[in-house]
Design a protein around this ligand. Sequence first.
Ligand code: IVH
Length: 668
Amino acid sequence: MKQEEAKLKIQEFVKQLNQWNLEYYENDNPSVDDAEYDLLLRDLRELESQFPELVTKDSPTQKVSGFVASKFEKYEHREPMLSLGNAFNKEDLQDFDQQIFKANGNRNYKFFAELKIDGLSISLIYKNQKLFKAVTRGDGLVGEDVTANVKMIKEIPHEIKSEEEYVEVRGEIYLSKAEFNKINQKKAQANEPLFANPRNAAAGTLRQLDSRVVKERNLQAFLYFYMNRDSKDILTHQDSLKLIKDLQLPVNGEGKICDSIDEVWDYIEKYSAVRDQLPYEIDGIVIKVNEFETYEKIGYTSKTPKWAIAFKFPAEIKTTKLLSIFPTIGRTGRVTYNAQLEPVQIAGTTVRAATLHNADFIMNRDIRIQANVKIKKAGDIIPEVISAIKDTEFEKLLVWEPSTNCPDCNSLLEKISGEVDQYCINTNCPKKIIRSLQHFASRDAMNIEGLSIKILEKLYSEQIIKDVADIFKIADKKEVILNLENFGEKSFLNLITAIEKSKSNSSERLLFGLGIRHVGKKTAKVLIKNYKTIANLMTIGFEELSQIYDIGNVVAKSLIDWFNIMENKNLINKLVTLGINMDYKNDSSNSSDIFRDKIIVITGTLSKSRNYFRELLENNGARVTDSVSGKTDFLLAGEDAGSKLVKAKNLAVKIISEDDLKSMMEEK
Ligand code: IVH
């Protein structure tokens, strides 16, 4: 196809797909089915990969989603979303009962025991019968508006039959074990990192920017909390569940009235035993007082109701044989030891490997190869070896000794003073380089889709990519790459498009991607927000850097050391020449330049967290630092401001209140 013809076709496809997106996301009234949409989208992708220069910004392939906001809006809960206190044994439950008895004054109450679903809490708001908002818990006061994604959950009706104008129901969004396995299988095939557990997968899915992915993944929900209890003729939790069910919202059917803590305990024992057989994960049992009239009397703490409690299942511990201990090298050269295990079932999954952390961990516990070991899988975390069982066989086993050489490049491992870990300090260690490249391309860094570890290993071993700058040169190596196993024209073009796109990232992604010690994702953002470009950052001295709010001496030193190395300076220069953006691109909607170059210190108690004000000020151009000096332009002072206020007064630094800040921002 000629370019002119392709251009017209691309324009036509983009227009059509955007129209369908509008119908689908905005009007909830699609005129074509998903299959037809997908077909056209595939055609568009195909064309765009043949003519990457014709990809336009408004193409649905370039937008993270159809019409879902690229960032989730904040939404303030009408009533805070509380969490629950925990119980770990029967005594804790008896104490819980005792307190209720005391507060209530009599025993005229029952318990309702139900499963604690291991998912994410959600609040559904229906206005005039229509699903108006679906909001995550967030910090309990303000959550994120994930309505577009929740609308993709088949079980959640977009309309309910209710006489109430405003109906709010809270519950849990979750992924079934089967669905979770399916997603991870797909991810494994695509060489993508796997989700650790169904809850993480559900969270990742709910925060997906592309609602179509959400639709594919079959999230589910159980609702368990009806908010407008006063306006209805419902007296108990059990009544409210029935009402939620009558609204056609999904309710978990395993809940049960219990007359006493003994009965609650029977319920707990029953579900601890059958937990593995349930189609979804649970991490405990929630026990609620059934009668609403008692709730006010029993009361609340600042974060939790006193009329409910969560019994948490203990982490499951199993015994198995440790077959071997093998070290792996991370991008910083740090050695992590892992155990290969005789496969064992824990909490519904087969565990074949577990972490042993570092050499000290193994030696302190005297863990030996071929020993029987106890393994723990606490909820989501990677399984961990807890200890070796010192049985009669154990004494016959050899005491384990740490590796002395890097398993990949064989150079001597070293211990950095004051740290427990061993490091491979060879800057040319292939594993370290490949892991650094992987980090550079990862989602939180440059976000180059398609540059998986497998491909990086291949391109590195072929010496096509030797450092991160080489990534931006692979367009010239088309012939060589296409000759590599499993590399088609299409994947090559997709990769080139992703690499090209990453060049214009806001530069905190680049800074994070460089893998400088102690410069994590958040720190990189703070630095770039403060100094606007990497070039500026390279000129700043230790004193000034360490003054930045959240940037301590360790980060400042690490950063300065890194920029002082000639090879690193050269790398930055190479990246500039290759057209990689070095500047901060503000993606915040409430941003401006009004405090550009102003140095501001925050002190005292404000109406919101200091982090909130820091972000706000930084988004508006300020540099927020830790201590007041002659260079400080403003001190934002809340209640009970102490020594910083005194110092600011002495140095005649302008002191502003929250209200002053508000009016300064409004004025501009
Ligand atoms: S009731 C005010 N019931 O557990 C009471 N919570 O640790 C609100 N959860 O944030 C919660 N299953 O996300 C309740 N059957 C259930 C639950 C449940 C899971 C979650 C929920 C809550 C957390 C508290």
